[in-house]
Ligand binder design. Structure first.
Ligand SMILES: Cc1cc2nc3c(=O)[nH]c(=O)nc-3n(C[C@H](O)[C@H](O)[C@H](O)COP(=O)(O)OP(=O)(O)OC[C@H]3O[C@@H](n4cnc5c(N)ncnc54)[C@H](O)[C@@H]3O)c2cc1C
Length: 606
């Protein structure tokens, strides 16, 4: 059975050398305890937990799946034991506030942890991942009483959390939510309705589950402005904080699905369930979307994780499996044939996976620094600073979430391809990565919705192109600094051209959209992918700049490590980045090619 190896060397290269996290942590109050040796120890221990505890139950969890019996969900064998170890290690509270039982470390530390856990076993990582969403919501919008009751057991991991948004008639368009909340004399509410696709809706890992639910009050305005947010616990908390009476919320069935089978995806029925309002009436969606940027960075990990895992396993296989001879002559003359890794086409697949995994990881760690500043500003009540960093993150998150999860799917599929027919067979685990990864472009906002958010809201509506101008200026300033370096010059020139083109494309789409309203939806996907390729190119130049410096002046890593960074960057710029031009052409093409066929003429069957 293949195993996961935590990519600690690459992580440390990014943390210490490319993004100077040690220096960054010194600027944060929450970074006081994040000294280099503590960070190192946490990463090493988390890597060990992921390799030894989570990775071995990745495939078995997929085979067994979750079960619903007598209204209770059981997770696959080994999941409860692994979760207990997770709780014992204090992992859930790593970046949670100290006053509610957390360790108060920077948000980025939680992201590094999530990356390793999610790569080793995405299904498992969803249980604590959803709880983090619930914790963030209660932390920001809950009353002090609600925080004391719910946040502490959630932070300790004794209780789990969910986010209950989706209903049968709506996932993207939450303005259509129908679940009702009736006020009660004691200040609580009775919730009635059905939610579908609820991750971790029920399971046997924790003693209680805290559902964060979107519902409508009587006479609430129609659409998104009439939705409120409620806490609905599976068991009502007793006065002493322990688990009390069973509440009227039940798992009606488990969704049968393509992948992440060890993650329980539940239909949840609320039958007059007791709930408590969180945040102001009718402002539930706004409350739910606070911290959405950080949650979406969390989902962007599901682009990087599968690329990493699939690459690790494909690389091992490509070194062992033999097929024919390399075109440039025998590479292993003593063997019956050369191994796959000597064929250029197999190299193309492996290096694509590697460039996506390492380039994507750099994008995540770049954004995580911004998230640290945003969370810290929120915590100390510095609204101006929080808004500034929220805007910066707000521009990057659809790019990260949309682009990286699309590329994660590509990388996972390439992993199957490297294995040939054996990739399609369950034994090797490659097809599982494809199935598990497919969901990443769908939940937390589909790629189409991320693209609309980026182009329609963040770029055109909110900033009239300003967000692109600000980010490209930063990239261009960095590129200019490296024009004189022989090694970096070709990449820097290419990046400078792209920053200019990105702005030009934005203006052209903006002008076209003034004449034709369909332009935004028609151009959005290509705009998102174009933005992703340029952002990743920026990350590869940043990594290359450090690698060049370390080769000259010495660093913690071997020369081979730095040389491979430069070679991977070269591969990225010459073989993957040209795709940006196809997106540029496509985004400017007229909407006519999409809209001219009448819906009735889309097919001529029957
Ligand atoms: C395994 C799994 C786990 C999930 N976990 C949770 C959870 O924990 N909590 C929860 O609340 N939900 C959860 N979901 C639901 C998920 O978030 C939704 O499925 C997702 O938001 C998409 O909604 P939908 O399925 O209704 O698709 P739709 O909204 O019907 O979209 C269908 C397609 O139309 C496109 N589209 C829709 N509107 C537009 C538009 N205006 N312009 C252009 N294109 C558009 C979309 O991009 C998509 O391609 C989960 C789903 C799955 C499958």
């Amino acid at each position: 059975m293949p195993v996961y190896k935590a990519p600690l060397r690459d992580m440390k290269f990014l943390l210490n050398d490319v993004f100077d996290y040690p220096g960054h942590y010194q600027t944060l109050a929450s970074g006081e305890n994040a000294t280099p040796d503590i960070v190192d120890a946490i990463l090493t221990e988390c890597g060990r937990f992921c390799e030894e505890v989570l990775s071995p139950i990745y495939q078995t969890g997929d085979e067994e799946g979750c079960r619903l019996e007598n209204g209770e969900v059981t997770t696959p064998k080994g999941y409860k034991e692994a979760y207990d170890q997770y709780v014992m290690g204090g992992w859930q509270g790593l970046s949670a506030p100290e006053e509610y039982g957390g360790q108060g470390l920077p948000a980025s530390m939680g992201l590094f942890k999530q990356e390793m856990m999610g790569t080793a076993n995405w299904s498992f990582s969803m249980y604590p991942g959803l709880s983090l969403g619930a914790m963030n919501t209660i932390f920001l919008h809950g009353s002090e009483d609600q925080k004391q009751t719910y946040l502490v057991p959630l932070t300790e991991g004794r209780w789990g959390g969910t986010m209950c948004l989706t209903e049968p008639q709506c996932g993207t368009d939450l303005g259509q939510v129908k679940t009702k909340a009736e006020p009660q004399a004691d200040g609580s509410y009775k919730l009635t309705g059905t939610k579908i696709f609820i991750s971790s809706g029920d399971h046997d890992l924790t003693e209680n589950i805290v559902h964060i639910v979107l519902a409508r009050l009587p006479d609430a305005p129609k659409g998104t402005r009439g939705i409120s947010l409620f806490i609905v616990p599976k068991f009502l908390p007793a006065a002493d904080g322990s688990v009390g009476e069973r509440n009227g919320v039940n798992c009606g069935s488990l969704e049968k699905k393509m992948g992440i089978k060890a993650s329980a995806t539940c239909v949840m029925n609320f039958d007059g369930a007791t709930g408590y309002l969180i945040g102001p009436e009718n402002e539930g969606l706004e409350c739910m979307f606070t911290f959405m940027n950080t949650a979406r960075i969390g989902t962007a990990i599901q682009g990087v994780g599968p690329a990493e895992l699939s690459y690790q396993w494909a690389l091992d296989y490509a070194k062992e499996r033999r097929s024919m001879r390399a075109l440039s002559g025998k590479k292993e003359p003593d063997q019956v044939a050369d191994s796959l890794i000597h064929h250029a086409d197999v190299r193309r697949m492996l290096l694509t996976q590697k460039a996506i995994a390492e380039g994507g990881r750099a994008m995540l760690y770049y954004a995580a620094r911004l998230a640290d500043h945003m969370v810290e500003a929120h915590t100390v009540g510095d609204d101006e600073k929080a808004e500034k960093y929220d805007d910066k993150l707000g521009f990057l998150t659809p790019i990260l979430k949309g682009f990286l999860t699309e590329l994660g799917n590509e990388a996972a599929n390439l992993g199957v391809q490297v294995f040939g027919g054996h990739g399609y067979i369950r034994e090797h685990g490659m097809e599982q990565i494809v199935r598990d990864t497919r969901i990443a472009t769908l939940y937390e906002g589909t790629t189409g919705i991320q693209a609309l958010d980026l182009l329609g809201r963040k770029v055109l509506l909110m900033t009239q192109g300003g967000a692109v101008r600000e980010f490209t200026l930063k990239i261009a300033n960095f590129a200019r600094k490296h024009l004189t370096n022989k090694q970096l010059r070709p990449m820097a020139i290419e990046l400078l051209k792209l920053t200019a083109q990105w702005n030009l494309l934005t203006v052209r789409v903006m002008l076209a959209a003034r004449k034709d309203r369909d332009v935004v939806s028609a151009a959005a996907h290509d705009f998102l992918m174009y933005s992703g390729y340029v952002t990743m190119a920026y990350m590869w130049l940043r990594q290359s700049a450090v690698a060049t410096d370390k080769l000259e002046n010495g660093g913690d890593e071997s020369d081979a490590f730095y040389q491979t960074k430069l070679a991977t960057a070269e591969f990225y710029y010459e073989r993957l980045l040209p795709r940006a031009q196809a997106h540029a052409t496509s985004m400017l093409s007229p909407t006519r090619n999409l809209m001219q066929v009448e819906p009735d003429n889309m097919a001529f069957t029957g």
